[in-house]
Write a protein that binds this ligand. Structure first.
Ligand SMILES: [Zn+2]
Length: 375
C-alpha cells in the first residue's frame, strides 16, 4: 500500500456522516499539497511506460528528469511544474506554477471547502430544526382543532342551561307573586350578579376553555342557589297550607240552628240559674253529620261527663276544638283528621234537652267564641 492509498483509506475511514467533519477534508488536502499531484504524474508516467515502453522511454526519462529538475527548482526558487500526459503518451504539456500562487490557491481552496462544509452543516441543522418545528405546529393545530370543537359543544350546553335557568326564574317570579297574593312572604330573589355576568373586552388573551368552564360552574352555582330558594318557597307554602288547613274555621255540621251562644246564659235545666256557656249549641236532627272544624289529631273520643259522647281535636298552632252530646263517635283517639272530615253524629247524650252539637273553641287554652270563626 503506497502513501496515496494509505491517505485514501484514512480519508474513507473518516466519519463522513457528520457534515461538520467535512472540514477535515481541506486539512487532508493541505497535507497532500503538491506532493499528491507530483506523485500522480509519476505514476501515470510509469503506467504509460508499460504500454509503450520503447516508444516513450526517452520522453519518460526526460519527463522524470524534468520532474526532478522542477522539484528541485520549486524548492530552490519558488516554482514547480505540472505535467499533463495524455493516454497515448504524446504531446505532453507542462505548466509552471509559482509557489506563492499555489499557496494562495491552497488557502482559497481550504477556505472555500471550510465555508462549504460549514454551510452544509449549518443548513442541514436549520432544515432539521424547521422540520421538527413544522411537525410541532401541525400537532398543535390538530389539538387546537379538537379543542375548538369541545369549546363549541360546551358553549351549546351552557347556553341551553342558561335558557332553562331563565325559564325557572320566570316560574320562580310567578310563584313569588302568587305567594304574596295569598298573604305569604316569599324568600328574597336569587342575586343573579353573584353568578357571572362579568368580563368584557379584556386585552389580555384569555383561554376560551377557562371561560367555558367558568360559565358552566356559574350556571351550576346559580341552579343550586335557585333550588334552595324554591325549596324555601315550597316550605313556606306547605307551612301556610298546613296552618290554613289546621285553622278550625269549618262549620262543624250541616245546617242546624244556633240555639245558644257563647257566654252568659240561663241554665237550660234550671232557668233561674245563670251560667257561663263555654261554647255554642247548634240544634239539628238526630244523626246529622259532625265534621272536624280543622285538620289535627283526635286527642279524646269517649264519654265525658255531662258532654256525653265527646271528641277533642288538637289542631296545632295553639288551637283545640271540642264536640259534645253526639249519638255516635266515628273518629278514634290518636287519629289524624282532615278539615271537614266526618267524626261523629248529632245526638243528645249527656246533659242535653234535645239533639244538638255543643261546640267549643280554645286558643292557647283560653275559651274563644266559635261564632267569630265563621264571620
Ligand atoms: Zn252547649
Amino acid at each position: 500500500m503506497n502513501f496515496l492509498d494509505r491517505i485514501m483509506t484514512f480519508i474513507k475511514s473518516l466519519p463522513w456522516k457528520k457534515y461538520g467533519e467535512l472540514a477535515l477534508l481541506p486539512v487532508g488536502v493541505l497535507a497532500l499539497g503538491g506532493k499528491v499531484i507530483c506523485e500522480k504524474s509519476k505514476r501515470n508516467v510509469k503506467k504509460l511506460g508499460n504500454v509503450a515502453q520503447t516508444k516513450v522511454q526517452g520522453k519518460i526519462s526526460d519527463a522524470t528528469r524534468k520532474y526532478h529538475t522542477v522539484k528541485k527548482t520549486w524548492s530552490d526558487n519558488g516554482h514547480f511544474t505540472l505535467f499533463f500526459v495524455p493516454a497515448n503518451g504524446q504531446n505532453v504539456t507542462k505548466k509552471h506554477v509559482k509557489r506563492r500562487h499555489l499557496k494562495i490557491a491552497g488557502v482559497g481552496i481550504i477556505a472555500g471547502l471550510m465555508l462549504f462544509a460549514g454551510s452544509v452543516g449549518y443548513f442541514s441543522h436549520r432544515y432539521i430544526q424547521q422540520q421538527s418545528e413544522m411537525d410541532e405546529l401541525k400537532a398543535f393545530q390538530k389539538l387546537k382543532g379538537s379543542q375548538e370543537l369541545q369549546i363549541a359543544a360546551l358553549q351549546k350546553i351552557t347556553e341551553a342551561n342558561q335558557k332553562k335557568l331563565a325559564e325557572i326564574s320566570k316560574l320562580e317570579d310567578q310563584i313569588r307573586e302568587s305567594m304574596k297574593k295569598n298573604g305569604m312572604t316569599p324568600p328574597p330573589k336569587t342575586d343573579a350578579s353573584k353568578y357571572g355576568g362579568q368580563g368584557g373586552d379584556s386585552e389580555v388573551p384569555i383561554n376560551k376553555m377557562d371561560i367555558m368552564y367558568l360559565q358552566k360552574s356559574n350556571v351550576n352555582k346559580e341552579a343550586t342557589a335557585k333550588a334552595k330558594t324554591l325549596q324555601r318557597m315550597l316550605d313556606t307554602i306547605d307551612y301556610e297550607n298546613e296552618r290554613k288547613n289546621a285553622a278550625p274555621n269549618f262549620y262543624p255540621t250541616s245546617g242546624g240552628v244556633v240555639t245558644s251562644g257563647f257566654g252568659g246564659r240561663a241554665n237550660p235545666f234550671n232557668y233561674s240559674r245563670r251560667e257561663n256557656h263555654p261554647g255554642i249549641d247548634i240544634a239539628g236532627d238526630y244523626g246529622y253529620p259532625i265534621y272536624a272544624a280543622g285538620s289535627g289529631y283526635v286527642v279524646q273520643s269517649e264519654w265525658y261527663y255531662g258532654y256525653g259522647n265527646f271528641i277533642k281535636i288538637d289542631h296545632g298552632y295553639g288551637y283545640t276544638t271540642a264536640y259534645g252530646h253526639m249519638s255516635e263517635l266515628i273518629a278514634r283517639p290518636g287519629e289524624r283528621v282532615k278539615k271537614g272530615q266526618l267524626i261523629g253524629r248529632m245526638g243528645s247524650t249527656g246533659y242535653s234537652t234535645g239533639p244538638h252539637l255543643h261546640f267549643e273553641l280554645r286558643k292557647d287554652g283560653q275559651l274563644q267564641n266559635p261564632a267569630t270563626l265563621w264571620q
